[in-house]
Ligand binder design. Structure first.
Ligand code: UDP
Length: 194
């Protein structure tokens, strides 16, 4: 897949269906994969903070989360096929996980929120194995968390620590686990929790 740069952020020229196919392939290969769903706020933050830009550039795929990014690409004469919203991609990943009984690890949000989001997944995607649930208020240097993720052998690791923090946490830890499709999901656990 080609990429389109917007203020230095490399967006993949892929549709939602393309992304689901990519994700499925990566899960089957048991290779780690870091996906960033970038909205205009993330692009601006990356433009202003070189360390954040470097984090984003470590991602395997950056997708256009928001019509603003799609519009900007069009104005630059390098159009992207469509918006790939983070929440929608999360739901498609959960569908995929439900179809194939994949293993999902959830990190982030408040304890009651992440527990409710996990319950929602168990109710609506009964074949998904929720192999770990952990709130997002932990010490950054607490290595037991990444150890637990590794032990759980997840196919997906969804991280809801807010924009910036979640991408940084993924970039720092994905290599230690060595498998799974990892994605920052912002406020999506709050949405799933209802
Ligand atoms: N969050 C967290 N730990 C933190 C900061 C935020 O778990 O240290 C969670 C927060 O509870 C919420 C999610 O991250 O469920 C998204 O937060 P926010 O809406 O502020 O993020 P953004 O809109 O920037 O992605």
């Amino acid at each position: 897949f080609q990429t389109v740069h917007i203020l230095g952020v490399p967006f993949v020229r892929a549709t939602m269906d393309d992304m689901v196919a990519i994700v499925h392939e990566r899960v089957k290969q048991q290779k780690p994969c870091f996906i960033v769903t970038a909205n205009p706020e993330i692009v601006m933050k990356a433009k202003e903070e070189p360390t954040y830009m470097a984090t984003i550039q470590q991602a395997d795929y950056v997708v256009a989360d928001g019509i603003g990014v799609v519009k900007a690409a069009e104005l630059l004469g390098t159009p992207l096929p469509e918006r790939v919203a983070g929440y929608d991609l999360l739901c498609r990943c959960l569908q995929l996980a439900n179809e194939h009984e994949y293993r999902v690890y959830m990190i982030g949000a408040k304890e009651e929120v992440v527990q409710a989001a996990a319950q929602h997944i168990r109710n609506h995607y009964p074949n998904v194995h929720v192999v770990g649930v952990r709130n997002g208020y932990f010490d950054w240097n607490d290595k037991t968390i990444v150890e637990e993720v590794k032990q759980a052998q997840p196919d997906f690791v969804f991280v809801a620590l807010g924009m910036g923090k979640q991408e940084q946490w993924i970039a720092e830890h994905i290599g230690m686990v060595g498998r799974g499709v990892w994605m920052g999901v912002g406020g999506s656990f709050d949405v799933l929790a209802g």
